[in-house]
Design a protein around this ligand. Structure first.
Ligand code: IMP
Length: 177
């Protein structure tokens, strides 16, 4: 069998740093919503790990929903064209909604989602992103209510984030050189 070389991205945010920050975000969310029921939307696939870690620290009754978008092919730059590949299954009318994003880069995905979900008349709609690249932001008037870490305009992988579908299972966030 030929030898397979596995490329290991350089650690940018460690498991410990991420865990601590996710707890802080959960505390802020708990404080705001109290015991109000909350529909938490996981944006597939990149948010899966952030989402599952975050919801386990939420104290209110949580309804889990999943939504698919894609704006990237196998490149590291956005095409700017957002596609909804899967929708939530329950109505959002009259509900408190929190959209959970892995990373806000151009912000076009989150902007698109907010526009498409607001028209379903939720009681409130807020956004949480583990990572935010302010230098890459293109979307105007985008409000991110909870940000884990602001990072420079570098391509990162791990903790759910991929490069060409790889590296999602890394427990830390790493940089591709
Ligand atoms: P935006 O629409 O440009 O904000 O990009 C949103 C989506 O692009 C994210 O949900 C990610 O799936 C993907 N993305 C943006 N930057 C990165 C990155 O550095 N690594 C991996 N995926 C990224």
């Amino acid at each position: 069998m030929s030898e397979v070389k596995y490329y290991e991205p350089k650690v940018y945010l460690s498991e410990v740093e991420i865990k601590a920050r996710v707890l802080e975000l959960a505390d802020e969310i708990n404080e705001l919503y109290g015991e109000e029921e909350l529909t938490v939307i996981c944006t597939l696939k990149g948010s899966i790990i952030f989402f599952t870690d975050l919801i386990r620290h939420l104290k209110m009754p949580v309804l889990c929903e999943f939504l698919g978008t894609s704006s990237y092919g196998n490149q590291t730059a956005s095409t700017g064209e957002i596609k909804m590949t899967m929708d939530v299954t329950e109505p959002l009318i009259g509900r408190h909604v929190l959209i959970v994003e892995d990373i806000v880069d151009t912000g076009l995905t989150l902007k698109y989602l907010l526009e498409h979900l607001k028209v379903r008349n939720p009681l409130s709609i807020r956004t949480a992103a583990l990572l935010f690249k302010p230098e890459a932001l293109k979307a105007k008037d985008l409000e991110i209510n909870y940000v884990g870490f602001e990072i420079p305009n570098k391509f990162v992988v791990g903790y759910g984030l991929d490069y060409a579908q790889k590296f999602r299972a890394l427990p830390y966030i790493g940089v591709i050189e």
